[in-house]
Design a protein around this ligand. Sequence first.
Ligand code: HEC
Length: 194
Amino acid sequence: MAAKTPAGPAYEDRVVHTYDDIEEYDNHLPNWWLATLFGAIVFALIYWFHYEVLRTGPSIAQSYEQSVAADRRAAAARARLAGSMTDESLLALSRDPATVQTGRRVFAQSCLACHAANGGGGIGPNLTDSAWLHGSRPTRIFAVVNEGVLTRGMPAWGPQLGMERVQAVVAYVLTLKDTNVAGGKPPQGTAALE
Ligand code: HEC
C-alpha cells in the first residue's frame, strides 16, 4: 500500500512513530483544546484557593443556609403582614431565627417563672411534650397565650406584650413542642390535634 504521507519537510520532521505504514505525527494540539485544558486548570486553582485554602467567601453549604434563612425571613415577613393569623403563618414565624430569638427573650422574661427556663413546666404545664390542655394547633396556642386561662392561673399576655411579641413567644413555644426536655413535668391533656 502506498504511503499517503503528505510531502514536505514540515511533516517528515513531525513523524514520531511508524508502524505497518501508519504514521503518527506530533501535531500541535488545537488552540481551542489547549484553552479548555488551561482554562480548566486555572479555574480549578481559583476554585480550590477560594473554597479550600483562603476561604474568601461563604462555602456552598453556607450560601445554601443563607438562602434558606433569607427565605424563612421573607416567609415570616409575609406571615406578619398577612394580619389574619393562621396555623401556617405561625409555623412560618417559628422557622424564622430572628423571630424565635425575640420569642426566647420574651419567654425568659415573662414565662419562665411558671413554665421553667427550658419550658419543662412548674406551676404551668410542660410545653415541651406532645400533650396539650387547650389544643396543640399553633392558633390554639396563640389564643391561650393571648387571652390566658385566667381562672386557672395562666395570665393573658396580649394586653401586656402586644401582638408582635405574643406572636414571637408563640413561635418560640412551637420550637419547644415535642422536644421533651429532661426533668419536665408529666404530660397533662391530650395529644389530639385541635
Ligand atoms: C403565673 C404563672 C404563669 C405564667 C407567668 C405563664 N403561664 Fe402559661 N400557663 C400557666 C398555667 C397554670 C397554665 C395551665 C392552664 C390550665 O390549666 O388550663 C398555663 C398554660 C399555658 C399554655 C397552654 C398549655 C396547654 O397544655 O395547653 C401555654 C401555651 C402557655 N401557658 C404559654 C405561656 C407563655 C408563652 C407564657 C409567657 C408569655 C406563659 N405561659 C406564662 C401559668 C403561667
